[in-house]
Write a protein that binds this ligand. Structure first.
Ligand SMILES: Cc1cc2nc3c(=O)[nH]c(=O)nc-3n(C[C@H](O)[C@H](O)[C@H](O)COP(=O)(O)OP(=O)(O)OC[C@H]3O[C@@H](n4cnc5c(N)ncnc54)[C@H](O)[C@@H]3O)c2cc1C
Length: 436
């Protein structure tokens, strides 16, 4: 990595905002094409992999999915799952392989179009100008907690999954984990393995089996091309969908909430609020039975797809018996008294923060606050996005698909440079109802 210095008033052909895997993947192509650019990273390269994950974190995607332009996982365990620090180091090493020009500790705080084209980029280290700007800032900015979190009594310690590190970081006593996406389920398991009393409010996230018929399910899905299907063919609502839960811990295994319950975890439906009347309690919707069934049905439907693929291609894959539920709730618990809760881990996701786009946000964000784009190219010429979940495919927000998106975007930026074309969606009048 080349430590770039931000000089007030300097001009670059391209400013890349964000030094995670997405920003680096684009930088790789820009370096190769000799495009003058700088990657601005407000913290340090790839820090999200270190700072936003817990101690026992492992990838949920097999190591072989880790392939960035000109750089692929080549360690001893392609079917294994790197731990937090290994992933962090792996991505940081990437920046060194092609001398990415990165300015660490420089945040972009504002962006305005310039007369005659390009942008003025305000940063914490001075103001730059650029012909093009690429936002590669990830999709997980502001941790979400429900409004009723403020109603919890003071003795209950609250943290977001983004800040959870280790069971010992929470006060002694029972923990309520809210949310069963990838983070919530893995954190709940982390606490269970540490012998903690765990209460888990389950949501509607689907699950996927770790392995089926001799292979990792994510390897099957990759072979089947599922991660490469454009989001447009699957319905744009897919962008809102929660990823399937499973873990890479211990070499990789299923996460089965029913098994957690068998091992002593207390399961609930969706958490709905705090009832302060009488003995204060967290309240839950009667959704547990249906959501456990839903998670299983998705896992089984993925196996159906694999079976069809195996049959259609005449693949010699061993037969495997299907899942049989190992536990069912007797009742739908409605309340958890708060005198039984010492801490809450909110694992209900993140909201994107595009405030630094300033008034440009009115042109590029839709009514839901999502960037409008065609494969990353926004309606504002020379402003692009990369690394967003479902930017183009399921793989786009993960290691699996970001390389293809970076290559496409680099091609588009070079075409723009050569002949002035910009293949983003048509700009609409500011204030007009925006579609995705
Ligand atoms: C808990 C969790 C687990 C995941 N597990 C997997 C997995 O197993 N496999 C997989 O393939 N993917 C996984 N992902 C998804 C994805 O790979 C990661 O989110 C990855 O970090 C995305 O890389 P990125 O470069 O797009 O964004 P990020 O890594 O978030 O990088 C964006 C960078 O932009 C910087 N930035 C933001 N705003 C500014 C600004 N205004 N100015 C300057 N810099 C800025 C940030 O500091 C950050 O370093 C996971 C995501 C999460 C949240």
């Amino acid at each position: 990595m080349i430590r770039a210095v931000v000089t007030d008033g300097a001009h670059h052909e391209v400013v890349v905002v964000g030094g995670g895997q997405a920003g680096l993947a684009l930088s790789y192509h820009l370096v190769a094409a000799g495009v003058d650019h700088v990657v601005l990273e407000r913290d340090t390269v790839a820090h999200e992999w270190r700072d936003g994950r817990w101690d026992a974190f492992t990838l949920v995607t097999p190591n072989w999915h880790c392939r960035l332009p000109g750089y692929a996982y080549d360690g001893p365990d392609p079917d294994g799952f790197m731990g937090r620090d290994e992933v962090h180091a792996w991505v940081r090493r990437y920046a060194d392989t092609f001398d990415a020009p990165v300015a660490e500790g420089v945040a972009v705080t504002g962006l305005v179009p310039r007369d005659g084209g390009g942008f003025r980029v305000t940063t914490t280290a001075g103001t730059l100008t650029a012909d093009a700007v690429v936002a590669a800032v990830g999709g997980y900015h502001t941790p979400v907690v429900p409004p009723w979190a403020a109603d919890l009594p003071e003795h209950v310690v609250q943290i977001h999954s983004h800040r959870y590190r280790h069971p010992d970081g929470l006060p002694d006593g029972p923990v309520l984990v809210v949310g069963t996406g990838q983070s919530g389920t893995q954190i709940a398991e982390d606490l269970l393995l540490a012998g903690r009393e765990v209460h888990l409010a389950a949501g509607r996230a689907p699950r996927v089996a770790r392995r089926y018929r001799g292979k990792d399910c994510m390897t099957w899905l990759a072979e089947m091309g599922v991660y490469d299907l454009p989001v447009a063919t699957r319905g744009l609502a897919k962008r809102e969908s929660t990823n399937h839960y499973v873990t890479g811990r211990g070499g990789g295994r299923d996460i089965d909430l029913r098994d957690f319950a068998r091992r002593g975890m207390h399961l609930y439906g969706r958490a709905t609020g705090v009832d302060l009347a009488g003995a204060p309690a967290v309240t839950f919707a009667p959704t547990l039975t249906a959501d456990l069934d839903h998670a299983d049905s998705v896992a089984e439907s993925i196996k159906d797809d694999i079976d069809r693929y195996v049959a259609a291609h005449g693949i010699d894959a061993p037969h495997e018996d299907r899942y049989v539920p190992v536990w069912r709730p007797d009742t739908e618990p409605e309340r958890l008294p708060l005198d039984r809760v010492a801490s809450v881990v909110w694992s209900v996701g993140f909201r994107a923060d595009w405030s630094w786009l300033g008034t440009l946000g009115e042109q590029v964000l839709d009514a839901h606050g999502h960037p409008r784009h065609v494969r990353g190219l926004s309606p504002v010429a020379d402003l692009a996005f990369l690394g967003l979940p479902w930017l183009h495919t399921w793989g786009s927000g993960r290691f699996h698909g970001v390389a293809a998106d970076a290559e496409h975007l680099a091609g588009a930026l070079l075409a723009r440079r050569a002949d002035g074309t910009w293949a983003g969606p048509e700009p609409e009048l500011v204030g007009a109802p925006a579609g995705v």
